[in-house]
Design a protein around this ligand. Sequence first.
Ligand SMILES: C[S@@+](CC[C@H](N)C(=O)[O-])C[C@H]1O[C@@H](n2cnc3c(N)ncnc32)[C@H](O)[C@@H]1O
Length: 264
Amino acid sequence: MAFFFCLTNEGLEKALKAEMTSRFPSWRLAFSAPGFITYKGDGPWPSPYLARLWGECVGKGSVEGCTTLDLGPVGVWAVHVQTPAPLWKDPLQLSHLELPAEAPSRAWLKAEEAIELSGLDLKSGDSAIEVGSAPGGAVYALLKRGLHVRAVDPAVMDESLKVFPNYRHIKKPFQELTPEETEGVDWWFSDLNLAPGTVLSHVGRLLREVKKPKALIITLKLGKPEMAAEVSQHEQRVREWGFRRTMVRLLPSHHQEVVLIAKP
Ligand SMILES: C[S@@+](CC[C@H](N)C(=O)[O-])C[C@H]1O[C@@H](n2cnc3c(N)ncnc32)[C@H](O)[C@@H]1O
């Protein structure tokens, strides 16, 4: 019998439990506190989508040779981290990024965290599109990095973005994009508040008509806890489009969502 721990974002505990039950049924709930859940079980170690950090849970207190997680009121726990390439120096995998006061929305954090997570080599002068871009936090992050950005959303974008000469707002639903409007894009961002299946159906169709971008950075909204169980199907679907290097991760700024990053 082994113990497994998951560190998740507060408010996502229910969704993480639903994912664990459906994807890793041989692991049973052992302990649950806000943002920290442990399981006992046998068999291969799980790798849940809805956790920022996970691995073997050795026990409470500090243990030599283990990573120590100081979880405040929940206590100090000794673990062996199994998350591939933990991102940030912070043992709890909280990012060091701070939302700039002038950013049009908190989605600035999602974009910057995803870029850091995957080491995307965005260069000044590259071209990016974001579908589901209003009011424009992520677009602001990309424009500040010197990219040419097409923002696609029928909703209103923040006025402040107009000072960037390389910014274009395509004010319509992304399903109506033409191949000319999506051609020549290096980086494809999607942050739509729509069901992931709907998003992928249309993104897949649009991508068939243009040269493959260097990466897709797609937020998958998980409106209901049981939607976490479907994430592996979304990942598989994107691989079938020829984006074979995929990762799905929960970012510190995420609420009911994860990011799918896919490279050819
Ligand atoms: C989470 S918000 C996006 C936040 C944005 N990425 C930012 O940086 O501020 C989701 C957006 O999806 C947009 N949206 C929903 N359906 C859409 C569609 N069919 N086409 C384009 N945008 C859509 C909404 O108008 C909303 O602005």
